[in-house]
Design a binder for this molecule. Structure first.
Ligand code: C2E
Ligand code: MG
Ligand code: MG
Ligand code: MG
Length: 286
C-alpha cells in the first residue's frame, strides 16, 4: 500500500490523494449553498428505555441530500463545516428544525410523543457569542419548552474553553438538558464533570461493541454507570446492536440506550409510527 510519509518524514504523493482533497474542498464550497437550497434534512434516532424498548426521546442526526452524490453522511461534511465556520449557520438550522419537529410530535401525539429531542452541538458553536440567544430563539419560534431540548456536546468541544463552559451554565439556567456525547473517548473527562453542568452521559459505542466478550470494556461500562449514579446523572449507552449487549447493559444498571437493535435513524413519520402506532395511519403526513 502507498505511504503518506517517505524517509525522513517527507510528504510523498499517494495516488488518489489529490482527488480526495479536491473532492473535500468542492463539498465544502457546495455546503455553503446547501442550507439555502434546502438540501439538508434530519433523521431522528430513538433513545429507548432498556426495560421495555419504548422510545423516550430522539437524537437529531443531519444528512445532506446532494444533487449528484445522493445522501451524504455527517462524517463527510461536518468536519469541513467546522473548519470553515459554516457549522454555526448549519447548527442553527439543525437546532430550529429539531425544535419544530419536537413541538409537532408533542402536538400530534400527546402523551405518546418522545419526551425530548437531542441535538449535537460542535465546539465552534458553543464559543459563538450568539449561541445561547440562538437556542432561545429556536425554542421560542417552535413554542417548545426548554426542558424538551437536550444539547449533546463532546468532551473535546468543552475542554479548557471558558466561553463554552459559561454558555453551558447559561443554557442549564434556562433548563435545557446537557449530555456529554461519546463519553470516555477524549483525553480528559473527569474534570469536566466538576466544571460542566451536564445532566447525562452517553457511553461511547466503542465500549459497547465488545461488552459481552472483552472484560475491560465491561469494566469501563461498569465504572461509567457507577459514576453517573453517584453524580445523579442519567446514562445512555450508544451503539447497541445485539440483544446480548442490551442484556449486559441492563444488568450493569443502564436504563437507556440507543442503537440499531432498537432503531436506525428514522424520518419523522416513522418515529411517530413507532411511538404511537394506533394514532398514525399509513397516509398520515406527520
Ligand atoms: P453521534 O452524535 O455520536 O451519533 C451517533 C452515530 O452513531 C450516528 O451516526 C448514528 O447513526 C450511529 N449509530 C447509532 N446506533 C448505532 C449502532 O447501533 N451501530 C453503529 N455502528 N452506529 C450507530 P451519524 O448519523 O452518521 O452521525 C455521526 C456523527 O456526526 C454524530 O455522532 C455526530 O457527532 C455528528 N453529527 C450528526 N449530526 C450532527 C449535527 O447536526 N451537528 C453536529 N455538530 N454534528 C452532528
Ligand atoms: Mg450525539
Ligand atoms: Mg454519540
Ligand atoms: Mg458517537
Amino acid at each position: 500500500a502507498a505511504k503518506e510519509h517517505g524517509k525522513g518524514g517527507h510528504f510523498v504523493y499517494v495516488p488518489g490523494m489529490t482527488t480526495r482533497i479536491v473532492a473535500h474542498a468542492e463539498l465544502g464550497a457546495q455546503l455553503r449553498d446547501a442550507i439555502e437550497l434546502g438540501q439538508l434534512f434530519l433523521l431522528y434516532q430513538p433513545i429507548v428505555r432498556l426495560d421495555d424498548g419504548r422510545t423516550t426521546a430522539t437524537e437529531a442526526l443531519v444528512r445532506w441530500r446532494h444533487p449528484e452524490r445522493g445522501v451524504v453522511p455527517p462524517c463527510d461534511f461536518i468536519p469541513a463545516a467546522e473548519q470553515t465556520g459554516l457549522i454555526v449557520a448549519l447548527g442553527r438550522w439543525v437546532l430550529r428544525e429539531a425544535c419544530r419537529q419536537q413541538a409537532r410530535w408533542l402536538r400530534d401525539l400527546g402523551d405518546e410523543a418522545p419526551q425530548s429531542v437531542s441535538v449535537n452541538v460542535a465546539g465552534r458553536q458553543l464559543t459563538d457569542p450568539q449561541f445561547v440567544a440562538d437556542v432561545v430563539a429556536a425554542l421560542d419560534d417552535a413554542g417548545l419548552d426548554a426542558g424538551r431540548l437536550t444539547l449533546e456536546v463532546t468532551e473535546t468541544a468543552v475542554l479548557d474553553r471558558a466561553e463554552a463552559i459559561a454558555a453551558l451554565h447559561a443554557l442549564r439556567g434556562l433548563r435545557v438538558k446537557l449530555a456529554l456525547d461519546d463519553f470516555g473517548t477524549a483525553a480528559s473527562s473527569l474534570g469536566l464533570l466538576l466544571t460542566c453542568p451536564v445532566t447525562s452521559l452517553k457511553l461511547d459505542r466503542t465500549f459497547v461493541d465488545g461488552i459481552t466478550t472483552v472484560a475491560r470494556q465491561e469494566a469501563v461500562a461498569t465504572a461509567v454507570i457507577r459514576m453517573a449514579q453517584a453524580l445523579e446523572l442519567s446514562a445512555v449507552a450508544e451503539g447497541i446492536e445485539t440483544e446480548a449487549q442490551a442484556r449486559m447493559l441492563r444488568s450493569l444498571g443502564y436504563r437507556f440506550g440507543q442503537g440499531y437493535l432498537y432503531a436506525r435513524p428514522l424520518a419523522p413519520h416513522d418515529v411517530a409510527a413507532l411511538s404511537a402506532p394506533a394514532l398514525i395511519g399509513r397516509r398520515s403526513s406527520i
